[in-house]
Write a protein that binds this ligand. Structure first.
Ligand SMILES: [Cu+2]
Length: 591
């Protein structure tokens, strides 16, 4: 296996673009965003790519809102033509030289998917991380066609955070987001301003990270054509080129100052583990994490020693100190996470040698920072950040409803495996059919599957105002970022498990598995909750050989929402389920 692949594009050649800011207060909270086909250049040496974008741009404009000031957006679908992405499954997983086909540009002999080529621009917009009434949450089946529009009201009655908006169409979210339909949304509030955090340019910079692949012409030159390529063994797309704010491997000139980076992994499937290198050595001490998915942590957190892990849809609010660096100093942000990500450790000290085409990480580059002359401004980091939340006490959770979800992989003949979920309910000893058993010391709990597919009947009816504990059991070999719409949650625990699944044990509802709360002998994961995860989250990584428990409380809005894996290829292949939040007074009347 080749250890390195020559990059067909020069790294760190383009300046990092910053998406246009759309400040809601300047428009009296009334925004109108056209959704359009456009052209976008992902790298100075690439021809323009046809894209779909909010306002025709990739990424869309960054919408900035104030807590407590509602924003209305008219999302106007002006898409014309068909999906500007060539979708293909290559006939083989590796090329003649043994390199995974997903690491190289072009179609690798795969036929263009004709159904994808025929997709017209039906869309629906989801504000990920938004505390939003159900009619405006972007239900995956409530589409608006080209020429139609949707008027969505966002109360913005939630704490300051970096959230984001993106397409959420049933079955094709992976193509629509890949075509460009994603943008950032920042909510600001008084607490952040009290802390004197950088706000706006030049010291607050959003970084939206997404991997992309492109076509090749007959002479082997890169075209700008966006290509979504999978292979017979890997159903997720792991494109080789990392774009930040729409540029492949960009460069940002920084003053010798403290910067605030608002980071989002907006990739379809790839998880990043980010390491900052200076002269070949990791310098993670320059980075302090102050916020996560739903805003400020209680106290600043160091990054985990291996680097900052962000799965699809996870966010990080970072302060990075460049103040001691001489002009001309260069620091490089690298990714050390191979794909598909399974949580396996990789020491930051080895980041220089993280390239691994065999594990679909041909180019670890993400971006580079170059220090330019300027006033030295170093910002003290407050010791206390948020004071408005705490982990629910054991008392508060004692009577909480518990819900159990198994993440499973179903093998299918002649097509890639399907990653789905099973909602499990406790069953009595008299239940004789297939069951999932979970053994914790002396106690064994038996479950049967109550739902397997998105369109199966709803089984989750959380009551507003009441804490619930959701238990996610991972019976697959990969890490899944599970996203719950509406209110944020907190991670309670990650516990190692070993399990056995008999042959053909994963059927629709006839699912059989024996889970034991013990470490598997081959398991090298820490199953820790990192300091930077001890905040308000809306997406949690559930690692292999692990049960992850979260505490969630829906507070404000009743209605039909979704939870799902945020690997878009999984979400589109049915790793998504509904839930309905209800006011307590209505529960006695539910049939
Ligand atoms: Cu998944």
């Amino acid at each position: 296996m080749t250890r390195t692949l020559a990059a067909p594009l020069a790294p760190f050649a383009d300046a990092l673009p910053v998406p246009r800011r759309l400040v809601a207060a300047q428009q009296h909270g009334q925004l109108s965003v056209p959704i359009r086909a456009g052209a976008h250049r992902f790298h100075r040496d690439l021809p323009e790519s046809a894209v779909w974008g909010y306002d025709g741009t990739v990424p869309g404009p960054t919408i900035e809102a104030e807590r407590g000031q509602a924003v209305t957006v008219v999302w106007r679908n002006e898409l014309d033509g068909t999906l500007p992405v060539v979708v293909t499954t290559a006939p083989k997983a590796t090329d003649a030289s043994g390199v995974p086909v997903q690491c190289v540009p072009g179609l690798s002999g795969g036929p263009p998917d004709q159904d994808a080529a025929a997709l017209a621009g039906h869309t629906v917009v989801h504000l990920h991380g938004g505390l939003v009434p159900a009619p405006y949450d972007g239900w995956a089946e409530n589409l608006f066609a080209p020429g139609q529009h949707a008027v969505f009201h966002y109360p913005m009655d939630q704490r300051a955070a970096l959230i984001w908006y993106h397409d959420h169409v049933m079955g094709v979210t992976r193509f629509d987001v890949y075509a460009g339909l994603a943008g950032l949304w920042i909510i600001r509030d008084r607490r952040e301003r009290e802390l004197g955090l950088p706000e706006g340019p030049p010291f607050e910079v959003p970084l939206l990270i997404q991997d992309r692949n492109f076509g090749l012409d007959e002479s082997g030159r890169l075209t700008g054509q966006l290509v979504h390529k999978t292979d017979p063994e890997v159903m997720e797309a792991f494109p080789p080129f990392t774009a930040v704010n729409g540029k492949v491997w960009p460069l940002l000139e920084v003053q010798p100052a403290t910067y605030r980076f608002r980071v989002l992994n907006g990739s379809n499937a790839r998880t990043y583990r980010l390491v900052l290198l200076h002269d070949g050595e990791p310098e993670l001490h320059r980075i302090t994490q102050i916020g996560t998915d739903h805003g400020l942590l209680r106290t600043p957190a160091s990054l985990p020693p291996d680097g900052l892990v962000l799965a699809s849809a996870e966010r990080a609010d970072l302060l990075v100190d460049f103040s001691d660096l001489e002009p001309g100093s260069e620091l490089t942000l690298l990714n050390t996470a191979a794909a598909p990500f399974d949580g396996a450790p990789f020491p930051a000290a080895n980041a220089c040698s993280a390239a691994d085409p065999g594990r679909m990480l041909p180019y670890p580059h993400v971006m580079r920072f170059r220090v330019i002359p300027g006033p030295v401004t170093r910002r003290a980091i407050p010791g206390e950040l948020a004071t408005d939340y705490r982990l629910p006490s054991p008392d508060a959770l004692a009577g909480a409803p518990r819900r159990t979800i198994a993440l499973v992989e179903r093998e299918l003949d002649g097509q890639p495996n399907m990653l789905t979920m099973r909602e499990l309910v406790i069953t009595g000893a008299d239940h004789t059919g297939p069951a999932v058993t979970v053994t914790d010391g002396e106690r064994t709990t038996r479950y049967r599957a109550a739902a397997a597919h998105f369109e199966d009947a709803t089984t989750f009816f959380p009551v507003l105002g009441q804490y619930e504990v959701w238990q996610l059991i991972n019976l697959t070999d990969d890490t899944h970022p599970i996203h719950v719409h509406l209110d944020p949650f907190q991670i309670l625990s990650r516990r190692p498990i070993r399990y056995q699944i008999p042959d053909d044990g994963i059927e629709d509802l006839a699912i059989t598995a024996a889970v034991t709360l013990e470490r598997d002998p081959g398991d090298e994961l820490g199953h820790t909750i990192d300091g930077n995860e001890r905040g308000l989250k809306d997406t949690v990584r559930v690692n292999p050989n692990e049960i992850t428990e979260i505490a969630v409380r829906f507070t404000t809005y009743s209605g039909r929402y979704m939870y799902h894996c945020h690997i878009l290829e999984h979400e589109d292949r049915d790793m998504m389920r509904p839930f309905v939040t209800m006011p307590a007074e209505l529960m006695p009347f539910m049939a």
